[in-house]
Structure formats: structure tokens, C-alpha cells
Write a protein of this length. Structure first.
Length: 200
């Protein structure tokens, strides 16, 4: 259950395999989430905000894995269990092709082969997504624990996506925490994404 880049979401049919633009592997967001996680998991007694440092070192796959394990000892087992369920779903999907009443037999065989060919690829994407969602959960825990009021990052698509996911986790649970995600200019007149947090 290793973290490693897979690629964009595949679109699989009896015609072949293509890849959907804009549906990137969560791996690319996991890197940013873990950098934010490490930065905010400090003593915030005198600081209630966090600004992303663009000079932050890029993490290797092994470093990301080690960081994740340090937050949740049973994480590998949890990921393994979730992937076992996902693998069954993928197998069921392959078997269900036989019930398709529109496709010819040769088209069904091609479709099944394409699904089988992309199975490991899809599993790796699922592994990366599971790790990413756990990282977001850790960030939420630290925001609540430290009473963090603001997270600032450069205004790029990947940073915006991570901040939206952080914001989303507070909407998914009953919590007194409320958030506001905005775009503002910083002192250098550069665009920043800012997540304001109240009630943490």
C-alpha cells in the first residue's frame, strides 16, 4: 500500500482507455496537504495563522509515507482494508460487463480486458486518495486543537483544491467550526488563497 503517483482518472470502455482532463491523481494534492500538516503541527500559542512558504522542500514518496504513519499507527491496515473492499468492487465491475445487453460478445471481452488492464492503476489512485483524505483529517484535528484561525497559500489550482477539501471536512461533520475560503492580494500584491476559520 505504497504512496506513488498513478495519473489522471481513466475512462474505460470497449473502445479503449482514455484519461479525463482535470481529474488528477490525489497524489499531487497529498504532497501539499502534508506540507501544510507539518507546518501547522507546531506550538501555535502565539500564532493563529499559517502562511505557506514557497521554499518548502518537496517530499519524497517514502517521506510522505513516514509522515502519515507518524499520525496513525494502524494506517497501513486501514488503507489495506479499504483497498480490499475497492478491489472487490473492481472485480464485480468486470463481471457485470457480461450482463450488458447492448454490447456484442467481442466488445464485452475487450471491455473486460481493458478494465483488468487498468485495475492496478485504479487501485493506486484509490490508495493515494485514501492517504490524502486521512491527511486532511489530521489537518482538521490540528486546526481544532490549536485554534488555528487562518491558512494562507499561493493562489494556484492545487493549493485551492487542498483548502477546499479542508473546508469541506468541516461541512461534513457536526462542528461549531465555520470557514470562509477567499482570494486576496498579499503585501507584495500577489494573489493568495486564504482559508479563514472561526470557532476552532
Amino acid at each position: 500500500m505504497k504512496i506513488k503517483y498513478a495519473g489522471p482518472r481513466p475512462q474505460i470502455s470497449h473502445h479503449g482507455v482514455s484519461f479525463k482532463d482535470g481529474k488528477e491523481d490525489k497524489y499531487v494534492y497529498l504532497i501539499i496537504a502534508l506540507q501544510i500538516l507539518q507546518a501547522i503541527d507546531k506550538d501555535y500559542e502565539s500564532h493563529s495563522s499559517y502562511s505557506y512558504d514557497i521554499t518548502t522542500k518537496r517530499l519524497t514518496d517514502d517521506e510522505m509515507s513516514d509522515i502519515m504513519k507518524s499520525y496513525e499507527k494502524d494506517l497501513e491496515k486501514l488503507v489495506s482494508d479499504e483497498i480490499a473492499h475497492y478491489s472487490i468492487k473492481l472485480e464485480d465491475e468486470i463481471q457485470e460487463v457480461d450482463t450488458n445487453k447492448i454490447l456484442k460478445q467481442i466488445e464485452k471481452e475487450i471491455f473486460k480486458k481493458n478494465l483488468l488492464l487498468m485495475k492496478e492503476y485504479r487501485i493506486q489512485r484509490a490508495i493515494n486518495k485514501i492517504y490524502y483524505m486521512h491527511a486532511i483529517s489530521y489537518i482538521g484535528n490540528i486546526i481544532r486543537r490549536e485554534g488555528l484561525k487562518e491558512i494562507d497559500t499561493p493562489f494556484y489550482e492545487k493549493f485551492w483544491h487542498v483548502l477546499q477539501t479542508i473546508e469541506g471536512q468541516f461541512l461534513d461533520i457536526k462542528t461549531p467550526v465555520s470557514t470562509k475560503l477567499v482570494i486576496e492580494n498579499n503585501k507584495e500584491n500577489q494573489l493568495e488563497a486564504k482559508l479563514y476559520i472561526t470557532g476552532a
